[in-house]
Write a protein that binds this ligand. Structure first.
Ligand SMILES: CC(C)(COP(=O)(O)OP(=O)(O)OC[C@H]1O[C@@H](n2cnc3c(N)ncnc32)[C@H](O)[C@@H]1OP(=O)(O)O)[C@@H](O)C(=O)NCCC(=O)NCCS
Length: 400
């Protein structure tokens, strides 16, 4: 089949886009949800569709982000989402055509990275994406084991937020927290508003202010009631969002959640694996992480620009064979230069696996042991691990 791809425009095309996407995922949008939430959200992003003989068969969205890199640096990243192909048209190249279109656009605009969340682990590696962050899909905590090992130290204060869509507060917290976390992304006000679009009246919001009165923490939660024999309260607290720009705010919000009356269990989703809550708790074993999985997938649209954009923990020199291209990476004083070379390669790696290491969350030595790269010179992977290390586990709070 001959596929054409193009950017969509106008309400009718966006409606068709939403329909194709819904069919690909096996559901239907209610008209009210479509009109109030979905179509306004699609108007904020770039919607691309693949056509076969004039019929829309596949869809994808390109959303622009700025992503935090190791070393506290930033780079533009093209976020890909809303990917779906009609079930009857699968495996005929629609996804490939859509991604080719979007990657070409990123290249043209000088965007060195692309990011996405993958519904399956086997699809995106062939396009150069690698799983670059790991997350706890869910964690649970029994509040009876919620005592901290050390007393809470907090010169700030907590405040309940009445506004059902507190965009300015969340923006302030994100802008202060994201430089600290490799893999974290910025958000437009419309994106923040979307995070609250689905919230119902059962959602509560709490924010933390530092001693100077500036917002540095934010959480949303819902209480699911559970009264055993209508006498013993053991409500379940579902925490949807927890953002913090300081350990004081993080600890204060956790203390608040753990101390809510009548709550027996807390469940929280999408957490970094190095969440300090484990070490705040005296009985840290009761913070039970369930379902560890990949988070953000990343592609180096321009590997040389991408490798020069991030910071490096240690000085070092590395020659990579990247799918036949030899690259010399020389890091000094936190930054690196990268250029084609004729030197003998020390590590042979494909684009997907190099992308997995990019944010510092996946070790070269692990990939070597998992037979995902070739260490051609002894010690090269260990050296690469030290160079690519990240000060914190990479994580992205936003599932787009
Ligand atoms: C996943 C999906 C988008 C793939 O679209 P598609 O048009 O069938 O993909 P293509 O035909 O362009 O395939 C491109 C390549 O990916 C491979 N591929 C596609 N789907 C795959 C799958 N589910 N598992 C493994 N490989 C897959 C193809 O074999 C092909 O490989 P090749 O070019 O090396 O031969 C489509 O099946 C779909 O809409 N699924 C349901 C919704 C979904 O999961 N969306 C993804 C959101 S991240």
């Amino acid at each position: 089949m001959t596929l054409e791809t193009r950017i969509l425009d106008g309400a009718d095309e966006l409606r068709q886009f939403a329909e194709v996407h819904a069919v690909a995922f096996g559901h239907r949008f209610e008209e009210e949800r479509l009109a109030k939430l979905i179509l306004p959200a699609l108007e904020q992003v770039t919607c691309v569709a693949a056509y076969d003989a004039g019929r829309m068969v596949g869809v994808s969205v390109d959303q622009r982000f700025e992503i935090t890199l190791p070393g506290g640096r930033f780079a533009p990243a093209g976020g890909i989402t809303w990917v779906g192909v009609l079930p009857t048209e699968r495996r005929r190249g629609a996804l490939r055509a859509l991604l080719d279109h979007q990657h070409a656009d990123f290249r043209e605009r000088g965007v060195p990275l692309s990011i996405l969340y993958a519904t399956q682990t086997t699809v995106y590696g062939r396009f150069g994406y690698g799983p670059a962050t790991v997350r706890a899909i869910q964690a649970h905590l029994d509040t009876r084991y919620g005592a901290f090992a050390n007393p809470l130290q907090d010169a700030g204060s907590l405040v309940m937020i009445d506004d059902p869509s507190p965009v300015a507060i969340v923006r302030e917290v994100i802008e202060r927290s994201r430089p600290q976390i490799p893999g974290e992304v910025d958000r437009q006000d419309s994106g923040i508003a979307d995070m609250f679009a689905d919230a119902d009246r059962k959602q509560f919001r709490v924010a933390h202010r530092d001693a100077a009165g500036r917002y540095d923490g934010f959480a949303t939660y819902m209480v699911e009631p559970d009264w055993e024999h209508e006498a013993i309260p053991r409500n379940r607290l579902v925490v949807r969002m927890l953002l913090s720009a300081s350990i004081e705010a993080h600890a204060a919000i956790w203390r608040y959640l753990l101390d809510l009356d009548l709550v027996r269990t807390i469940s929280i989703s999408n957490r970094p694996l190095d969440d300090p809550i484990r070490w705040l708790l005296a009985e840290w074993r009761h913070y039970r992480v369930r379902h560890v999985s990949d988070g953000l997938w990343l592609k180096m649209v321009d590997p040389v620009a991408a490798l020069e954009a991030r910071g490096y923990e240690t000085d070092g020199r590395l020659v990579l064979d990247l799918e036949g291209d030899r690259l010399l990476l020389e890091a000094e004083g936190g930054e690196a230069r990268c250029a084609p070379t004729s030197c003998e390669p020390q590590i042979e790696i494909d684009r997907s696996m190099l992308a997995a290491t990019y944010l510092g969350g996946v070790r070269f030595t692990s990939l070597r042991d998992g037979r995902r790269l070739q260490e051609l010179e002894a010690g090269a992977c260990r050296r690469a691990d030290l160079m690519f290390a990240s000060q914190r586990d990479p994580w992205c709070s936003y599932e787009f």
